[in-house]
Design a binder for this molecule. Structure first.
Ligand SMILES: O=P(O)(O)OC[C@H]1O[C@H](O)[C@H](O)[C@@H](O)[C@@H]1O
Length: 448
């Protein structure tokens, strides 16, 4: 079943069919380079077969660990940043209750889940500690490299808290470490302290790791069905690897956004009309931004929540600099319904909507906006998502991952490295006085 469909028919005034056809050869070549692991970054292509070739024994352990956390904890703190944060956050926000952490326990049924280590804010951390209070909690520390500063700092704090509350031995049973199978300080620490560990495979980069233990453990704790998530990704893989160019949506998305980029559309905004999709947008920003923004090239990625942002950025999108393309994530069938009622006196003038659902209003807002943006000079592409469930999300993750691999090769970059991310770290370490950065420190202090 194909639950994710790409449709660029609305952008027909910006792009001709023969242009898309002309991209066929290059796009198929990029796809073959990717699949046959012949391109730059080919050490990091484990995500291509992951949905069918994942470690089944570990998968079962993830489910057991999730069950244990559900049984013995009221709160899970998932610590991680970038790819070790955004996938799980996106999935839980998309799949579960809009107010997951605040809705009653009877409705939620599973532990509250908070994220930490995705910033260096003391206020955020102190407030989170207050939220946990004296309740039972567990920690999932997630870092592929095992050396990232932000999560390491947060982990120190929560590790101490756990050890104080439960004693060292019991605390160790409430700490789950997801990291490299052999390297890094987190792996060493986990081995020394006896934490249960889960592996981020060597050949899966952080931003492609949502379907490894990195994403799967917190997602499973939230009560979402990770079997269905994997099934969705596996089916998307099947479709993407076998469909011819004309019917291959991931390839078309890669081709079309590159054509539009060539016409001066340097910015791509990913829009949603459902708040549950907000963090899919955040996940996508890392996936696309880190994969393509390098060598002084790339499409800048931004995400907007609509109709909310039509009342802030809407003016700019409609009428500002014309270097933007838009991709809309549209959930075709929503699971909840609110029907608008008739009022005896039509003071707010809304009686014309009586009997209509909110989704009807939302979808028409979307249709109207797509047309307005098109008329305003913004090519709009649609990604139609059948519904809000694990199966569709698995497909969506795979669709975006595959498309960015192809798209990166089309634009001539290595989509699987992120050399630029090191620059801020080097300066931060130097300013913090980390051993080994003495020379850089001297130079930087002169510039402050
Ligand atoms: O999982 P970690 O090794 O802690 O890495 C977390 C993040 O760190 C850096 O920002 C990388 O550029 C990201 O790609 C990565 O997802």
């Amino acid at each position: 079943m194909q639950n994710i469909k790409f449709d660029y028919s609305r952008a027909s005034s910006f792009i001709r069919e023969d242009e898309v056809k002309q991209m066929e050869e290059l796009t198929l070549l990029a796809k073959e380079t990717l699949v046959q692991k012949r391109g730059a970054g080919n050490d990091f292509l484990g995500w291509i077969d992951l949905p069918v070739a994942y470690d089944k024994e570990e998968f079962a352990r993830i489910k057991q660990a999730a069950k244990k956390i559900q049984d013995d904890s009221e709160v899970l703190i998932a610590i991680g940043i970038g790819g070790s944060y955004l996938g799980a956050k996106a999935a839980i926000e998309f799949l579960r209750h809009s107010f997951y952490n605040t809705v009653s326990k009877e409705v939620r049924k599973t532990p509250e889940i908070y994220f930490a280590g995705q910033n260096i804010s003391a206020t955020y951390l102190q407030d989170l500690i207050e939220v946990i209070g004296d309740r039972d909690f567990s920690v999932n520390i997630i870092s592929k490299s095992g050396t990232t500063t932000e999560p390491a700092i947060a982990f120190r704090v929560f590790k101490e808290m756990l050890e104080k509350k439960y004693g060292k031995e019991e605390a160790a049973k409430r700490i789950y470490a997801t990291t490299d199978k052999a390297r890094g300080s987190l792996k060493n620490l986990a081995d020394a302290e006896g934490y249960e560990t889960f592996v981020v495979p060597d050949d899966v980069g952080g931003r492609f790791s949502v379907l490894t233990a990195v994403g799967l453990l917190p997602i499973a704790v939230s009560g979402a069905d990770i079997d269905l998530l994997m099934k969705g990704a596996a089916d998307a893989r099947e479709i993407t690897l076998s469909a011819p160019y004309e019917e291959n949506d991931a390839l078309k998305y890669a081709a079309v956004r590159n054509i539009l980029h060539g016409k001066g559309k340097d910015i791509e905004i990913l829009a949603n009309y459902e708040p549950n999709l907000h963090f899919v947008g955040e996940w996508w920003k890392q996936l696309y931004g880190e994969s393509e923004g390098k060598d002084q090239k790339g499409i800048f990625n931004a995400a907007v929540d609509l109709t909310t942002d039509l009342h802030s950025l809407g003016q700019f999108i409609q009428d500002g600099s014309r270097n933007i393309m838009e991709t809309v994530m549209n959930i075709e069938t929503m699971d909840q319904e609110v029907v608008l009622k008739e009022e005896a006196v039509d003071l707010d003038g809304l009686n014309y909507l009586a009997g209509k659902t909110m989704d009807f209003v939302n979808k028409n807002a979307m249709r109207g906006t797509v047309l307005a943006h098109t008329d305003g000079g913004i090519p709009v592409m649609m990604i139609n998502i059948a519904k809000r469930d694990e199966y569709s999300l698995g497909q969506l993750f795979y669709f975006f991952e595959f498309a960015v691999g192809v798209s990166g090769y089309l634009s001539g970059v290595n989509p699987f490295d992120q050399p630029g991310v090191e620059s801020y770290k080097k300066n931060m370490f130097a300013l913090l006085g980390k051993p080994g950065f003495e020379k850089e420190r001297e130079e930087l202090l002169k510039r402050l």
